[in-house]
Design a protein around this ligand. Structure first.
Ligand code: SF4
Ligand code: SF4
Length: 108
């Protein structure tokens, strides 16, 4: 519908009730820490790779929680497994183990 020179944008609403969380639940069964993430962003703020490429552990977790598994992998493509995110995480989440699980899921 176009009236008055503008149109209504397509909805970007995410229906969390129908989101596929199979990868999230699969990782949570191996690394239950993932459920304690509070999305504070400390991991992303201190990420070594984020200086050069779009890399975010927090972003990856949010995306697999919403069922966007491929996007989550993209957020970790440049990860060097340096472990800095693990050092700064206030919840002590084993980030590297989770990163490896996400990358492995892409490999099939
Ligand atoms: S630092 Fe830890 S709690 Fe904060 S967003 Fe990252 S993984 Fe989650
Ligand atoms: S392990 Fe990966 S995501 Fe974590 S700080 Fe290092 S490069 Fe960033």
């Amino acid at each position: 519908m176009e009236e008055f020179g503008f149109k209504i944008s397509k909805s970007t609403r995410i229906d969390l009730d129908s989101a596929c969380q199979s990868l999230y639940n699969q990782i949570a069964s191996k690394v239950p820490d993932i459920r304690t993430c509070i999305n504070c962003g400390s991991c992303s703020a201190s990420c070594t790779a984020a200086t050069f490429r779009r890399t975010s552990f927090r972003g990856a977790i949010l995306h697999i929680n919403r069922g966007f598994d491929k996007k989550a992998v993209e957020f970790l493509k440049s990860c060097m497994l340096c472990g800095k995110c693990f050092l700064v995480c206030p919840r002590g989440i084993d980030t590297r183990n989770i990163i490896l699980e996400i990358i492995r899921s892409e490999e099939g």
